[in-house]
Design a protein around this ligand. Sequence first.
Ligand code: HEC
Ligand code: HEC
Length: 232
Amino acid sequence: MWTVANISNFVLSVSAVLMLASCNYKIEKKQLENIGPISQELRQSVSYNQVKSEVFRDKCISCHGNSGGVNLESYGAAFQHLEAIKKTVLKTKTMPKPPFSGLNKRQLEILAAWIEAGGPEKPLGGGPVEPDPDPVPIEPTYSSIKKNVLELKCISCHKTGEQAGRIPLVTKEDLLNSPYDLVVPGDPDESGIMIVLEPGARKFMPPKDSGISPITEEEKNAIKVWIQNGAP
Ligand code: HEC
Ligand code: HEC
């Protein structure tokens, strides 16, 4: 027979079970806190190109381009390193290396969703494929040079608050109005930015011990032609 005592015991044990459950839930939530709950939707829609444009391009490709070692610039090569990416970015957090800061919450979510989905090239859910963020080769224009060279290989150190903040390379004005004669329109040989790219340069850039991939001939040539054209 149900007495008042019985009922209150029952209520107590039910609430104890509920408390335990919510406790477990809290622990799980806490573990995922810095990644956030990964939605099924994101797992179905994430693709290599999205990871490349939102994560790798911002935090990895400067050091992991196609110049040797771990290459994250093409799908096939990046896929080979899926386990190591998971380990070094999500677990041990040894990647990215300085001067690059850790991934933001959104970037962690995208990368974790991609890894959980098995590293697909295209969305598992069959949705539209994002375009490759690097469809065209580098051109001798400021915007192309900024996107493909300066942002990837220079600005992480050459901005306010970083080790080479004294010589900012963030805007076109930084290049054209610098007391260091970084860009002398029409004269690549006198332009500081070209001098540091020469193999024998006293201060070779990016610094060899930085882990950042060296400038390719194609990139160097684009900067040279842009300066020859008067750095428009
Ligand atoms: C500033 C340069 C730099 C950046 C930025 C960087 N890495 Fe690395 N990474 C290295 C160097 C150097 C190594 C090889 C030496 C080592 O493991 O410390 C390496 C090694 C690795 C490895 C191989 C590790 C292993 O144990 O097999 C992976 C995978 C990796 N990086 C992924 C990433 C990812 C993903 C990012 C971006 C989220 C990133 N790295 C950003 C420089 C960098
Ligand atoms: C890992 C950090 C780092 C990266 C990446 C880097 N630099 Fe530097 N750079 C430095 C430091 C440190 C100095 C010395 C700053 C100082 O003297 O205050 C320097 C100095 C320079 C100078 C002045 C050289 C001189 O003779 O005094 C130029 C020009 C330059 N960098 C251009 C570049 C360009 C172009 C890139 C990209 C291709 C680049 N740097 C990438 C750290 C970096």
